[in-house]
Design a protein around this ligand. Structure first.
Ligand SMILES: NC(=O)c1ccc[n+]([C@@H]2O[C@H](COP(=O)([O-])OP(=O)(O)OC[C@H]3O[C@@H](n4cnc5c(N)ncnc54)[C@H](O)[C@@H]3O)[C@@H](O)[C@H]2O)c1
Length: 401
């Protein structure tokens, strides 16, 4: 087999991590990074320096294969890379995914796969084509690749804790970063640099990061999606001069005919209790999973069974992707990931609106958050008022779906 060529879209923190995982994959050493794309050239320079110093023999990126600007992904897809890693802000992802499928490349896509319902539908339609073409699609839900998660959840599915009664999931963490506004920046540049603070780019914390736990909750429920959700949320600590997303959301999801409840909460406020964890309770016991730590299965009347976290799912998922590429295996995680992304979007709709939102209403929603025109001098959508304050969701008022 010829050398496998990798192209990276989005050369930030996770993009650099993903490309390193790809170069260290256990299926083949004959793999090189040959193209990079990022909206901003400085992120590309940093990534080239990192790769050239740590992986000099696996880095072969000619200057003409370093692309910047808002159309950088489409340009990279015209090169002869075999595998593309989509690690840009998720607001761009559905369109980049469609273009990647059209290009015929194998795809690693970070989560979430979209930030609104039109984006999820766009992703799902393109994924049908990817499946038909036997293009590999792996999405960065690394917990799916951690033995502590898949072994223990299999035991739950096999009845270890009896019938599921309810689940609880948390992504409670510290304040997020902000990147100071510079006088020469256009509004589009400011928002893309500060992408986490804008719903059209990140989907809000509940979609952007909490989707990891929401994916595990759906997995507890054998990958069925909830039928409805209700919730609340607000922005009490992040300054409204930086952006619009909530800094806390709390949602109740309802699953299936038995109306099993899944309780979710996510917060980004300093000085509070933090947790990145998933828990499921049954008639005979419970399973408590810490994303960064141990997993403990407690079955009534038995000694707890404990799994330690001694491995990193980010590496395992990339090993699985390259194993599939090298050995011609079929691998497509797109539909399951889209289900989890849509569940998180349903939760945001409930938290922003304060209303009960049905899955069908949410999934069919035409609320498209993507800018009408994508250009550095175009209007992104969210607008600060005369005092520089961005409006944020108001429960009972905001049309969130
Ligand atoms: N699976 C995980 O554990 C994990 C961990 C961290 C981040 N992520 C995901 O990775 C993605 C990126 O997060 P990050 O933490 O690396 O953010 P980041 O801000 O560090 O990096 C994002 C990069 O994308 C670039 N970018 C912006 N718009 C772009 C565009 N249109 N085309 C190409 N590049 C563009 C930015 O300039 C930046 O360099 C997110 O989807 C996030 O959810 C996943």
């Amino acid at each position: 087999m010829a050398t496998l060529k990798i192209g990276l879209v989005g050369c930030g923190g996770r993009g650099r991590g993903a490309v390193v995982n790809a170069l260290r994959n256990t299926a083949t050493k004959d793999v090189k990074v040959t193209a990079l794309a990022d909206a901003f050239p400085d992120s590309i320079d940093g990534t080239v320096n990192l790769l050239a110093s740590q992986f000099p023999n696996q880095t072969a990126i000619p200057r003409e294969q370093m692309f910047s600007g808002l159309d950088c992904c489409e340009k990279l897809l015209k090169t002869d890379v075999d595998v593309v890693l989509l690690c840009e802000p998720p607001g761009f992802r559905p369109r980049h995914f469609v273009a990647a499928v059209e290009s015929g490349k194998h795809i690693f896509s970070e989560k979430p796969v979209a930030v609104d319902a039109p984006g999820v539908r766009m992703f799902l339609e393109a994924n049908q084509k990817a499946k038909k073409n036997k293009q590999i699609v792996l999405v960065g839900h690394h917990l799916r690749y951690e033995p502590k998660h898949y072994e223990s959840i299999k035991m739950v599915h096999d009845g270890a804790i009896g019938d599921i009664i309810y689940a609880k999931i948390f992504f409670d963490t510290n304040d997020i970063w902000t990147r100071a506004r510079r006088p020469e920046q256009t509004e589009m540049e400011y928002q893309v640099k500060n992408w986490y603070h804008f719903t059209w780019l990140s989907g809000d914390h509940i979609v952007e990061q909490h989707v990891h736990d929401i994916d595990v909750m759906n997995w507890f429920m054998k990958d069925q999606h909830p039928v409805e959700a209700n919730g609340m949320g607000g922005r009490t600590h992040h300054g409204n001069q930086y952006g619009e997303i909530n800094d806390y959301n709390a949602v109740e999801f309802v699953y299936g005919e038995r109306e099993i409840r899944g309780f979710s909460d996510c917060r980004q406020i300093n000085g509070c209790w933090n947790s990145f964890s998933e828990h499921v309770y049954g008639t005979k016991g419970c399973l408590n999973m810490d994303g960064h730590g141990d997993v403990v299965l407690r079955v009534n009347g038995k000694e707890p069974k404990v799994w330690k976290r001694t491995y990193d799912g980010h590496q395992y998922e990339m090993d699985a992707l390259f194993d599939a590429v090298v050995n011609g295996k079929e691998l497509n995680f797109g539909d399951i990931a889209a289900n989890s992304t849509m569940t998180a979007i349903l939760g945001r709709m409930a938290a922003y609106s304060g209303k009960v939102v049905k899955w069908e209403q949410a999934f069919r929603s035409d609320l498209d958050t993507f800018p009408k025109v994508l250009a550095w001098d175009a209007e992104p959508g969210p607008k600060a008022d005369a005092d520089g304050i961005y409006p944020c969701a108001k429960q009972g008022v905001t049309k969130a779906f």
